[in-house]
Write a protein that binds this ligand. Structure first.
Ligand code: 5GP
Length: 117
């Protein structure tokens, strides 16, 4: 299924993004509103709106996103200092773009997370 979201438009080069990595399965680009000195989004090319729709035979897609994020951290030299990966789901999770994606946050000591607003 074609990804109708803004991330699908980035994948299809219909809108610009600061792309830092791409292969046959996924794309990675800098978040337009970074929440840390490094904030990169890893997005699969297979359209899955939220983690709730992820099928058992698609589980490896999430593993590929995590592996690509770790590889990026190693390449960029901050893997040993550390980083955080986050996937938001639906309203309470704070998901705003309905194509699954993994946030990679790094470049500073990050605060704790998960507290209700
Ligand atoms: P979510 O809230 O769904 O977990 O994360 C969506 C992320 O996409 C947000 O951090 C937001 O800043 C980012 N974002 C939304 N629109 C764009 C865009 O057009 N370009 C880029 N690079 N990031 C975007």
């Amino acid at each position: 299924m074609t990804d109708p979201t803004i991330f699908g438009k980035i994948i299809r080069r219909e809108i610009p993004a600061d792309i830092v990595y791409e292969d046959d399965e996924l794309i990675a680009f800098r978040d337009i509103a970074p929440q840390a000195p490094v904030h990169v989004l890893f997005v699969p090319k297979t359209h899955v709106p939220t983690l709730n729709e992820l099928q058992p035979d698609q589980a490896a897609v999430v593993g590929r996103l995590a592996h690509a994020a770790a590889a990026y951290a190693k390449r960029e030299g901050f893997a040993e200092d550390g980083y955080r990966i986050v996937m938001n789901c639906n309203g309470d999770g704070g998901q705003t773009v309905f194509q699954i994606h993994l946030h990679l946050l790094a470049g500073a000591q990050l605060g704790r997370f998960g507290t209700p607003r």
